[in-house]
Design a protein around this ligand. Structure first.
Ligand code: ATP
Ligand code: MG
Length: 731
């Protein structure tokens, strides 16, 4: 059993204890994910049918990697029937087979948050509620909270406390909006992301036969990143595992970073309550990072009051100190990072995929994209606006969604007049009002225009346009019965006039939109090929649509090739990953910790956990950077170094911009603390100093007392040009 050999003692215990509940609670890089993977391999080697194994991961990417690794041990054919994926993708699949139980069509549409916001905007407008007081995005956040805590509309109205809460927050209409939103989704045959969990819970609680079926199927359940499961996910796992109790969860409370999305650290505590006999294993050795990185990360996370005390150590090399770069502006910071990557790439023959740039918010991406592009460094941005959320892509996808589920009103109104075909807003409104008055869907009105035309109060010209549009959709639907998804989508793109409209715009943006459509088609072809290669593959259009709705984290790139690329992503997305070199950028107060999350101790502790996650992604080297002024919200604002910088003991840090060194001399000639003050004597290039935001903080920024700049570090200033023929940032 070769695969067991690379495990230390507690890891071995966790892998080989295959019956009964087990929890691994351990720090970053200690091999939790490895344990989970090897445990699956071990189960299969011990003749557990892979059909009975369910593994839940935090991202699709993680699931794919885990499956590949398991396949290496047990072989492709054994690994194939494993169910592995995110909560959302696994339960979307189950909901499709069981949708009829809860009154949904099996071809239900999955709404991404953009779709949900659109539906909410319409609901708010129809209810004549002030859209300024009820911002759709915020309302969606609130609804999401309710759903993730299993507070249905009914439960909401039965709970005076919740109602009063919303009233006090000047949001007394939330309940009504929630109700109308749920009704709209139901009518559209659509579920949002939270519904995938909520409805699964509904399915499992209301229908014991369904629960029994899946309990019997999933006899071995494994969950990675358990600290970030929300209440809804917790209940699903608990219900499924309650028959066999072969459940293994792994997690690290210090890496719980999704409480804003309802993740509940208490799930870890509950585990011991739910399964009093559970075996608990702790892993202490970090195999990922150098001692310096592990020790620095430990010091910072040690400042959190709320945590299970854990010992994490590394026996890897001590490693370099963490380099700190202080920059003048965000652009300067980005230039430094690109130069640094370029230099390491050249001097140490490091591939570009060994680097990651991690930031707190997506809006920081652009500066790095610019600086990497200037140096011809290939990169890939994860997250942010996914490929599938681009307008032109969504437009074509909306047509396709409509073919699969014609009740999807969100898709219908997206395309009914795009490309323009003279069916304007007032016609659309009349359709909605009429459909409501008859208690039918808009698609039913369109499907029976002959019958409804006399009462619709629309002129003949418009009726003809509506009839033509619907005939076109119907023709596509008929075509879908005989042709494959790719052929139909191509036909839709052409016959709907979408391609022509895009091609009419010959600006670079217009051309890139056409390319995006082409790319969507490529990805569809790729999907079909992939599905045809596997035994029970499903290359249907509806499966393709489900796949892209749930693939935000594995988004396609325009030219997705194998060129090694620098990874750019938010810290949230980097969870579970590792890179030889990590640049953690934008270490400034109000940015990281975020100004939105620094008013309470709880919020600050979550920011600190984020910092811990970021730093522990690094294997060999970590670079910190911050700017003293930053272009934000359309203005240049003054910035202060992040408190987290000062929380790292200075013994682990090294300042690397000696060019600034003289500026750190104080009047007595002694080097002052690098985080003390802005460089002296430089020309400030912002016009006006912005007043500091007065934020309620529960702890002051602590300045390290003994941190000194190191004068010997090299100035990094490689040439910006490259003769290599490599592909540049493909986003
Ligand atoms: P995170 O908390 O960041 O998710 P983790 O606890 O899941 O981390 P893994 O990703 O499983 O940790 O492992 C971290 C790294 O250490 C991986 O590269 C893994 O292959 C390696 N590793 C884990 N255990 C061992 C071991 N016993 N011997 C050698 N390498 C190991
Ligand atoms: Mg992991």
């Amino acid at each position: 059993m070769d695969y067991l050999q690379g495990l230390n003692e507690p890891q071995l215990e966790a892998v080989t204890t295959i019956e009964g509940p087990l929890m691994v609670l351990a720090g970053a890089g200690s091999g939790k994910t490895r344990v989970l993977t090897m445990r699956i391999a071990h189960l299969i080697t011990n003749l557990i049918d892979p059909f009975h194994i369910l593994a839940l991961t935090f991202t699709n990417k993680a699931a794919k990697e885990m499956k590949d690794r398991v396949a290496k041990v047990v072989g492709q054919s054994e690994a194939k029937s494993l169910w592995m994926g995110t909560f959302h993708s696994v339960f979307a699949r189950i909901l499709r087979s069981e949708a009829h139980y809860i009154g949904f069509p099996s071809n239900f549409t999955i709404y991404d948050s953009q779709d949900s916001v659109n539906v909410l905007k319409k609901v708010i407008k129809e209810l004549n509620i002030d859209g300024d007081l009820y911002k759709a995005k915020k309302v969606l956040g609130r609804i999401s909270q309710y759903k993730n805590n299993l507070i249905t509309v009914k439960a909401y109205f039965n709970n005076p406390e919740l109602i009063e809460n919303d009233e006090r927050a000047n949001q007394k209409h939330i309940g009504l909006i929630y109700q109308k939103y749920v009704e709209a989704c139901f009518k559209n045959g659509a579920m949002d992301f939270d519904d995938l969990l909520l409805r699964t819970n509904e399915l499992l609680t209301r229908f014991p036969e369904v629960l029994a079926k899946y309990q019997d199927r999933f006899r071995y359940i494994l969950v990675d990143e358990y600290q970030d499961t929300n209440h809804s996910q917790y209940l699903i796992v608990k219900a499924l595992a309650s028959k066999f109790e072969n459940i293994c969860v792994v997690g690290d409370d210090a890496q719980s970073i999704y409480s804003f999305r309802g993740a509940n650290i208490l799930n870890i505590l509950n585990f011991k309550k739910d399964y009093p006999d559970a075996v608990t294993v702790s892993l202490e050795q970090n195999y990922r990072s150098t001692q310096n990185i592990v020790n620095a990360a430990n010091v910072v996370i040690g400042k959190n009051l709320q945590q299970f005390k854990k010992n994490v150590f590394s026996e890897n090399e001590v490693g370099e100190k963490i380099k700190v770069y202080r920059s003048l502006s965000d652009a300067d910071e980005a230039a430094f990072v690109a130069s640094n990557i370029w230099q390491l790439h050249n001097s140490e023959q490091m591939n570009f995929d060994q680097f990651a740039i991690l930031y707190r918010t997506n809006s920081q991406t652009r500066a790095f994209e610019d600086s990497l592009r200037k140096k011809n460094i290939p990169y890939r941005v994860y997250g942010g606006l996914s490929f599938y959320q681009r307008k032109e892509v969504k437009d074509l996808v909306a047509y396709l969604r409509l073919l699969v589920n014609e009740n999807d009103a969100e898709a219908l109104f997206r395309v009914i007049n795009f490309p323009a075909r003279g069916i304007g807003e007032s016609t659309q409104n009349k359709l909605i009002v009429f459909a409501d008055s008859q208690n039918i869907t808009v698609s039913q009105v369109l499907g029976n225009l002959g019958q409804f035309a006399p009462t619709l109060q629309l002129n003949n010209g418009i009726i003809t346009k509506l009839a033509d549009f619907w005939a076109m959709i119907k023709a596509f639907q008929v075509m879908l019965k005989d042709e494959n998804a790719y052929t139909v989508a191509m036909e839709v793109a052409k016959r709907s006039g979408l391609i022509k409209t895009l091609k009419d715009d010959q600006t670079p943006e217009g051309i890139s939109r056409v390319e995006n459509i082409q790319e969507l088609m490529n990805s569809m072809q790729g999907f079909i090929d992939e599905q045809q290669q596997v035994e029970d593959g499903d290359s249907s259009l509806s499966n393709f649509l489900e796949n892209i709705a749930l693939s935000a984290d594995t988004q396609k790139d325009k030219k997705d090739d194998n060129t090694p690329k620098v990874s750019l992503m938010t810290i949230h997305l980097s969870k579970g990953l590792e890179f030889p070199v990590v640049h953690l950028v934008g270490l400034e107060e109000n940015l990281f910790p975020s100004f939105m999350s620094s008013s309470t101790r709880e919020e600050l502790e979550e920011e600190r956990r984020l910092f811990y996650v970021a730093l522990t992604r690094a294997e060999k080297r970590a670079f910190f950077s911050y700017a003293i002024s930053r272009f934000q919200w359309g203005k240049i604002t003054d910035a202060e170094p992040s408190r987290f910088l000062s929380e790292v003991d200075s013994e682990y840090l090294e300042l690397i911009n000696p060019a600034l060194e003289s500026r750190f001399m104080n009047h007595s000639g002694l080097k002052s603390n690098i985080f003390d003050e802005a460089p002296m004597g430089e020309t400030r290039f912002f016009k006006k100093k912005e007043p500091k935001k007065s934020l309620e903080r529960d702890e002051p920024t602590i300045i390290p007392k003994n941190l000194k700049p190191v004068a010997t570090a090299k100035i990094i200033n490689p040439s910006g040009s490259s003769s290599q023929d490599i592909e540049v940032g493909d986003r």
